[in-house]
Design a protein around this ligand. Structure first.
Ligand SMILES: Nc1nc2c(ncn2[C@@H]2O[C@H](COP(=O)(O)OP(=O)(O)OP(=O)(O)O)[C@@H](O)[C@H]2O)c(=O)[nH]1
Ligand SMILES: [Mg+2]
Length: 255
């Protein structure tokens, strides 16, 4: 991606916040994003009426916050997809995806904004730095995922594929997202693998992540792990089909 760092590319950045059962925690997240002058697209992913009402209130309270509503829950992937569609339609070039649960260190936002402006064609990803509050099961699940992602991309380009804090260059990402439908938890993984197949450069920067004791997690240990395993099986075969292309690109790049 030699053209990636083109100096005069105009970067119009917004934030996409998918929300399911995190309507209360999302207020602080929105407040922080707005304080950095970021327009926000909140995606209400089929929350109960009281949750929806809270999100409507937030859009009234803060400037530059748009609400996209799903009547029925679609899943995290479905929510980010709708957010991206709205961002592209509104003319944004880049989107910072942030989880609504407030687990990510929001002080890192300016750094990620700068990185996106400096490398507008690249994918800017958070590399989680957990404190002691991270559940062991989640940490181990990530290790398994990251192993499979290395196999699926035949590279170490993606050291973490699950972090919910990242900046998408929308033109490339939306083209890829339109071609697959992974509405659930496998989305975060699948999009990065597919963007890597498409030749996008991945840049990783540390982001602190903590799990508050009273935090709400939607992660369903059995259901979501099965869905993630299916995603990996499909991506593994996807890699086999693309093997000649991936190898040819590597050879060509080395010369
Ligand atoms: N799990 C889940 N999250 C959704 C859904 N729709 C939107 N989201 C949002 O997607 C983000 C990730 O959800 P979390 O429940 O925090 O999932 P996670 O971060 O992978 O899991 P934890 O590591 O346990 O926090 C949050 O902003 C949710 O509000 C959904 O249907 N299921
Ligand atoms: Mg979370």
């Amino acid at each position: 991606m030699a053209k990636a760092d083109a100096k005069n590319v105009e970067v119009r950045l917004c934030a996409i916040v998918p929300v399911y059962r995190h309507e209360k925690a999302s207020r602080a997240v929105v407040e922080k994003l707005v304080s950095y002058n970021l327009p926000v697209i909140l995606v209400d992913d089929g929350n109960a009426p009281e949750g929806h009402e809270i999100l409507v209130q937030i859009t009234k309270e803060f400037p530059n916050v748009e609400l996209v509503t799903h009547k029925v829950n679609r899943g995290k992937g479905g929510a980010v997809r709708s957010g991206m569609e709205a961002a592209v339609a509104a003319g944004y070039t880049h989107a910072l995806q942030v989880d609504a649960d407030g687990q990510h260190d929001m002080e890192a936002i300016p750094f990620f904004m700068k990185a996106a402006k400096k490398h507008p064609a690249d994918m800017i990803c958070g590399f989680p730095q957990y404190d002691d509050s991270v559940p062991k099961s989640r940490e181990n699940g990530r290790k398994v995922t990251n192993f499979w992602v290395a196999v699926e991309t035949l590279s170490k380009d993606i050291p973490d594929a699950m972090c919910g804090f990242r900046v998408y260059p929308l033109a490339t990402s939306w083209k890829v997202v339109r071609r697959f439908r992974n509405n659930r938890m496998g989305f975060d993984i699948e999009i990065l693998v597919r963007l890597s197949w498409a030749g996008l450069k991945m840049r990783f920067y540390p982001i602190k992540v903590s799990y508050p004791e009273d935090g709400v997690s939607n992660f369903r240990m059995f259901h979501d792990n099965v869905a993630i395993s299916l995603t990996h099986s499909m991506l593994f075969f996807g890699m086999l089909i693309r093997l000649p292309l991936i190898l040819a690109r590597r050879l060509f790049k080395k010369k």
